[in-house]
Design a protein around this ligand. Structure first.
Ligand code: NOJ
Length: 568
């Protein structure tokens, strides 16, 4: 398949070949744009309705054509899929429904040949309950048992859980086991699903095993890892009660299960492993913590290279809130010499087209917040899409790393009306069917054609995709957007091409005074203006490099529009 090149005017061609040589040179991982591949929903190569390595390899040229620098692949290891692969049964192999280890090795080589780095996802907080270690623990192997967190219950007969911690997916974070004699026994900790028992990171065997897993993949040329629940590995000594007990996730508050100081020693060890390779390998942390000061601790020079800046995706579409997040994030990362890592969407949160399609709160929100409002307010997808176009220009103009979640380049929105019986996220069941969970942002990509399954599989007569796609994604297929210079896909390609020329390096943001509701800043030769308000704003008539509303007017910033200006 031939992918359209960036749609540009003659002046844009000239600008694309311009240079910004005065910018300081940064390492690749400090300024990379990384494309997140949620493999089970990316592309089905063997016709079973589930994305796989064959599909990903087939569409690697598409990823390269976007102009990104790297891919991050969600877990691809053998898994019973209690939590979509975040329940790993074997960290050194490939899930059979995704492919084989040999295919994975070929994929890594092919990505590199296209100039793309490859980041994998490591899941160190917990294994699958089907992992050999946990199975041995259940069979009574005491050494294996000591790698997990088993405790006697409280109360008469040990009938109450050892403490008051709640699972992130709802319900208690403890499950009680039956002993070999059939009597109720100890409880084990699982901060997520019961099929995801937490490991005990005070056990040196756990530490050396994970360093060895890192080496296994680094030896196969993997460029780095995204670290799942990086803030969860160390628990407060004695596993004390949390106390005040909200039903909602609590990882943004100080909590004895999360963000404990001991965790940093683990990452110092990991950094040494990564630095022992040539070129050195890198990490990005998924760490939901209570402040950017706490986040910066993970980014100290002898720890992790980068960490997702989740305040950015928790921010409402409001200039003031966004500016505060950008400043706070940049200042605290700069204090430890790290870049910020911007992210608008991923496989755990409501897609940002939909987040921006409803009335905006005045404060940062919890990641699942938008799901709780579905019945209250119908989303205005046209508005959300317009804001998403502006948001990507804002994001890509910021210094540091940007992560793009597959499908955002097509303008996909959250699928909110999936039937309950098709939902697979454990959140749906564990919350007692009150939280619909994250399936709505995980619906398989629409590639071509005018009706579902939109060419999701490359095989004729394939099974239906594992989740159904909405019929009106016909206008959002990759194929239809390739032909449309005004599409979201064309905007992403153009913006990424221009960023590579004009927004290189780590030059910090210099704010420009702007009317209320407007964000405006300069980086090098570029000015980025974003109007989050509902009124038009007059701006000086400068040379436009790119605007999110193609039909925008000279001298005016339209509502929910972003413009990149260039010094002429
Ligand atoms: C964070 C992952 O992104 C999410 O999808 C998963 O459910 C939890 N960690 C548990 O591994």
């Amino acid at each position: 398949m031939v992918y359209a090149t960036v749609y540009v005017t003659a002046r844009e061609t000239q600008l694309l070949s311009g240079s910004a040589t005065e910018q300081p040179v940064a390492a690749w991982w400090e300024t990379a744009v990384v494309y997140q591949v949620y493999i089970r929903s990316f592309r089905d190569g063997d016709g079973d309705g589930l994305g796989d390595l064959a599909g990903l390899r087939e569409r690697l040229p598409y990823v390269a054509s976007l102009g990104v620098d790297a891919l991050w692949i969600n877990p691809w290891y053998p898994s019973p899929m209690a939590d979509a692969g975040y329940d790993v049964a074997d960290y050194r192999d490939i899930e059979p429904s995704f492919g084989t280890l040999a295919e994975a090795e070929n994929f890594i080589a092919e990505a590199h040949a296209l100039g793309l780095k490859v980041l994998l996802d490591i899941v160190p907080n917990h294994t699958s309950s089907e992992h050999a270690w946990f199975k041995a623990a259940l069979a009574g192997d005491q050494e294996a048992r000591a790698r997990y967190i088993f405790r006697p219950g409280q109360g008469a007969g040990g009938d109450l859980p050892p403490n008051d911690w709640r699972s992130n997916f709802g319900g208690p974070a403890w499950t009680r086991l039956s002993e070999a004699n059939g009597k109720p026994g100890d409880w084990y900790l699982h901060l997520f699903a019961p099929e995801q028992p937490d490991l005990d990171w005070t056990n040196p065997e756990v530490r050396s095993e994970f360093e060895d897993i890192l080496r296994f993949w680094f030896d196969r040329d993997v460029d780095g890892f995204r670290i799942d629940v990086a803030h969860g590995l160390s628990k407060a000594e004695g596993l004390p009660d949390f106390g005040a007990q909200p039903e909602a996730p609590v990882h943004l508050e100080p909590h004895p299960a999360w963000d404990q100081d001991d965790v940093h020693e683990i990452y110092r060890g990991w950094r040494k492993v990564a630095d022992s390779y040539e070129p050195p390998r890198i990490f990005v942390a998924e760490a939901w913590v209570s402040s950017n000061e706490r986040l910066a601790q993970y980014l100290r020079p002898d720890e992790l290279h980068t960490a997702f800046q989740f305040d950015f995706l928790r921010a409402p579409w409001r200039a003031k809130a966004m500016r505060e997040v950008i400043d706070d994030a940049s200042e605290s990362a700069a204090e430890v010499g790290a870049p910020s890592t911007w992210v608008l969407s991923n496989h755990d949160v409501v897609r940002h087209v939909t987040r921006y399609a409803r009335s905006q709160p005045g404060h940062l929100v919890e990641s699942g917040w938008d799901r709780s409002r579905w019945s209250d307010e119908a989303p205005d997808i046209a508005l959300g899409t317009r804001r998403a176009r502006a948001a990507v220009l804002l994001t890509l103009a910021l210094p540091g790393v940007s992560y793009l979640y597959q499908g955002e380049e097509l303008g996909l929105y959250e699928v909110e009306d999936l039937p309950g019986n098709l939902r697979q996220d454990p959140t749906w069941v564990q919350s007692g069917y009150t939280d619909p969970g994250r399936d709505g942002c995980r619906v398989p990509l629409p590639w071509s054609g005018s009706e579902p399954p939109f060419g999701f599989s490359s095989q004729a007569g394939s099974a239906q995709p594992w989740l159904p796609q909405p019929a009106d994604w016909a206008s959002l297929t990759q194929e239809s957007q390739e032909r449309d210079p005004g599409s979201m896909l064309s905007l992403y390609r153009t913006a990424l091409g221009l960023r590579a020329t004009w927004l290189v390096g780590l030059t910090p943001v210099q704010w420009i005074d702007a009317p209320s509701g407007v964000l405006a800043f300069r980086r090098g030769a570029i000015e980025c203006w974003v109007n989050t308000g509902s009124d038009e704003v007059e701006v000086a008539d400068k040379e436009v490099l790119l605007r999110s509303v193609p039909a925008g007017a000279a001298g005016v910033l339209l509502p929910d529009e972003a413009v990149w200006f260039v010094e002429s």
